[in-house]
Write a protein that binds this ligand. Structure first.
Ligand code: C2E
Ligand code: MG
Ligand code: MG
Length: 747
């Protein structure tokens, strides 16, 4: 490490600021964030953003360098992903770091799954295995923090290493947190795992033997045909290199040529003599291809082995497989990209427009789970055929992983002609599929970006079409949206809110308001629904619509939800202590809390700490929760039901509810969605639906509560429908705790 002007040799630890942030520090962090957000919003390449984060962090901490390390595919070693101030030779020395109790700050982040601040690397036990690196690099302190994947797994580390002994202040901790959070977001976006998984699926069924290795040629997987041909199972050779197959008949020069060809041309094909597990030597036709990620770096090698006599047909198949999706037979993303780029250069001369559509099935996960994967695959094939049938010869379509498709509409005059085709697609898709004796209904959400208005390359157009697609999903599915500039500024908004929510948690800016629930036959208040509010330091009181969705996407809802549950239980107990009758308290929980948090444990803890009777706590689940991993969900719900906690389905009637689910999940209460109540006075259909829901619920021994009751006429309708309870502005808006208490006392 040459670039450390005043590396001090003093052995004591320099305590840096530890109090709250100064204005100057706050400004520095804000400037840093803004700079990063700007490049994210500008659509900068992920490496560029990550390097930028590293450099900005280095600007804010002198005499130090920053680094990002990620776990390898086998989840064994940490390798440097970005470290703009280190040389290649230095990076090489750090690579292959094994997470262990003595594996340094970064090794320990992985080993202990949490942040590590080491202020003296020369003496700290956590550096005992790699102390030589501390001396060699003259790194005297090293602070490292985990980087999380979208699934909340620790996938790597973001670290600041200093040439002096020092402890992090509040400012540096935040600097690391902001950095790792954004790096996590950027990496997740870029994840190319999905396409690799598809790749593997294709090869599972292939007649040829296939081997996938990582970039160091360590064997990661082989398919059944490989095992049949070579005799080796994956267990036999996983973690080894293809040398285990070597027959000894080729000299070193042969293998050198082979790998030179792979390195220079991306592939090698030819005849090779290998040895089976039983020792037999035999000739094979081998094809080795490198796999690159979107940044153009080699991540894997794929070797395809076949019986020499099948050579001709085998090669044809490889060609086809390598450019088409095995499931649907549609072009893969690389071929599609080529076509789009050609279309763009033609459209530029012809002065015409191109429509790029990102299209996603609305309920595929649900269908896949309920029909089984084989049927899910079949459905995708049918779906692809239908889409293809709507397109012209000159258009193109490709499947981009899972249930997402990209479509290219060539030679378009204007937005109207694109809308026309999109409408046709939506229409076609929404007519039911005859499938295994059933009629399966599905729909899709479509996002549209247009060349030249929205961009002139694949990345821009596809990225923007996807943004528009997410918007279409949010706006109720089975619909299409064109990209607008507003969606672009939305990503900035997203990152700002996500950061603000962390602050809100740390600085207690959330509060709960309570809306009374009234029993219709007794006219008594029987409980309250707790609804969260965010008292924003600059923007005033924020309703949940402003931030819950983002809290869910970032996973912060887990922590926020924990706070909500405990606070609601605490408040309910406080009311009891103040002499109010025992009221039940309903809390909204999001699907993410089940998926990522241990909701059952959180609730048990809250009940224990506050002393609230479990039967007084009700969880409001939305119907979307039923699309989750059912077993995992059921296990948690079971624990809670055993305790006596009540379950309600919120916004009932808007999602996938079915009677089977209601029974299986042991639900106590249905909450009819506001939209039905809103029009109950004027729309006979809604009135009929409400009656039907109430009847059905009563047959299943469920209670029914209606929300959004605003006037006497609505109340009358609901009473006549047999509804048990009501909630709405007619009685009271959601109130702060003390006002709620006054409301009860005044009755
Ligand atoms: P929700 O659970 O369906 O809550 C009912 C919403 O309707 C509340 O909006 C409430 O203020 C509003 N409302 C109540 N009575 C009336 C009425 O008579 N007329 C009309 N027009 N509206 C009425 P709010 O508080 O803005 O909450 C919106 C949504 O945010 C909630 O819908 C819930 O899904 C979510 N939410 C609120 N708090 C939490 C929370 O702590 N965690 C989670 N995960 N979600 C929450
Ligand atoms: Mg609710
Ligand atoms: Mg609701």
């Amino acid at each position: 490490m040459s670039a450390h002007p005043n590396a001090s040799s003093v052995q004591h630890v320099n305590p840096i600021d530890s109090g709250p942030l100064s204005i100057a520090e706050q400004n520095q962090l804000l400037t840093l964030q803004r700079a990063i957000l700007e490049s994210v919003a500008r659509g900068a390449d992920h490496m560029e953003v990550i390097n930028q984060i590293c450099r900005l962090a280095e600007n804010l901490l002198t005499n130090a360098f920053s680094s990002v390390m990620l776990m390898d595919d086998n989840n064994e070693f940490l390798n440097v992903y970005a470290a703009p101030s280190l040389t290649l030779a230095q990076i090489h020395k750090i690579n292959g770091l094994r997470p262990s109790p003595g594996g340094g700050s970064c090794g320990n982040v992985i080993y202990q799954q949490k942040v590590q601040y080491v202020s003296n690397t020369f003496t700290d036990e956590r550096w005992q295995d790699i102390r030589h690196l501390a001396y060699e690099f003259d790194v005297r302190s090293c602070w490292s923090i985990p980087i999380f994947s979208a699934e909340n797994k620790v996938i790597g580390t973001f670290a600041l290493s200093s040439f002096e002994h020092r402890e992090p202040g509040q400012f540096h901790r935040m600097l690391l947190e902001i950095g790792s959070a954004i790096i996590g977001i950027v990496l997740n976006r870029n994840k190319s795992q999905e396409s690799l998984r598809q790749f593997e699926k294709v090869f599972e069924g292939s007649e040829q033997g296939i081997m996938v290795t990582d970039v160091r040629q360590v064997i990661l997987s082989v398919n059944p045909a490989f095992t049949k041909m070579q005799g080796f199972t994956l267990d036999d050779i996983k973690g080894k290199t293809p040398k285990v197959l070597s027959s000894g008949l080729h000299d070193a020069g042969f293998y050198r040529n082979l790998w030179e060809s792979v390195t220079n041309f991306g592939h090698w094909r030819g005849e090779i003599w290998n040895r089976r597990k039983n020792g037999e030597v035999f000739p094979e036709w081998l094809s080795i291809t490198e796999v690159k990620n979107t940044a153009g770096e080699v991540t894997h090698y794929v070797g395809t082995f076949s019986d020499i006599s099948d050579l001709k047909s085998a090669q044809k198949e490889i060609q086809y497989l390598s450019s088409h999706d095995a499931l649907t037979g549609l072009p893969d993303i690389t071929l599609f990209r080529d076509r789009l780029e050609n279309a763009i250069s033609m459209a530029a001369t012809a002065n015409s427009n191109i429509g790029v559509l990102a299209l996603n099935l609305d309920n595929f996960k649900f269908l896949n789970d309920s029909l089984g994967y084989a049927s899910g695959d079949k459905l995708l094939r049918l779906f692809a055929e239908r889409l293809k049938a709507c397109l012209r010869e000159t258009d193109s379509i490709c499947r981009h992983g899972g249930d997402e498709f990209i479509i290219l509409l060539n030679h378009m005059h204007d937005d109207e002609s694109i809308s026309y085709i999109v409408d046709t697609l939506l229409n076609e898709i929404s007519s039911p599929f005859a499938f295994a004796g059933n009629n399966i209904s599905t729909s899709c959400s479509v996002g549209v970006a247009v060349y030249p208005t929205d961009g002139n390359d694949f990345e821009k157009l596809f990225g923007r079409a996807r943004k528009a697609m997410s918007q279409a999903k949010e706006e109720g599915r089975n619909t299409a949206r064109f990209f607008t500039e507003k969606l672009n500024t939305d990503s900035l908004h997203y990152l700002n809110i996500a950061y603000g929510l962390r602050e809100a948690l740390a600085h207690h800016q959330f509060e709960l308001h309570y809306q009374p629930q009234i029993n219709l036959s007794s006219a008594q208040v029987i409980g309250a629904e707790a609804l969260i509010r965010w008292r924003h330091p600059h923007n005033g009181m924020q309703p949940p619509a402003q931030f819950i969705a983002i809290a869910e996407q970032t996973g912060l809802i887990v922590e926020i939800g924990e706070w909500v549950i405990e606070e609601a239980c605490r408040q309910a107990m406080e009311w009891q202590k103040n002499g109010l009758p025992p009221l039940s308290i309903a809390v909204n929980v999001s699907a993410v809390q089940f998926r990522r948090g241990n909701l059952d444990k959180v609730i048990i803890k809250a009940l224990e700490r506050t002393g609230l009777e479990p039967r007084l706590l009700e969880l409001e689940l939305t119907e979307s929760i039923l699309l989750e991993d059912i077993d995992h969900l059921l296990a948690q719900l079971d624990v809670l039901k055993q305790l006596g906690v009540k379950l309600a389905i919120d916004d009932f009637g808007t999602g996938y509810s079915s009677l089977a689910y209601l029974k299986r999940f042991n639900i106590d209460r249905l909450k009819i969605d506001q939209s039905f109540v809103r029009d109950i006075n004027t729309d006979p259909n809604d009135a009929a639906i409400v009656r039907a829901i109430v009847q059905m619920a009563h047959t299943l021994n469920l209670e029914v509560i209606a929300e959004g009751v605003e006037d006497e006429a609505m109340l009358k309708h609901l009473r006549e429908s047999g509804c048990d309870e009501v909630q709405g502005y007619l009685f009271s808006k959601p109130l702060p705790a003390h006002a709620f208490e006054a409301f009860i006392n005044s009755r």
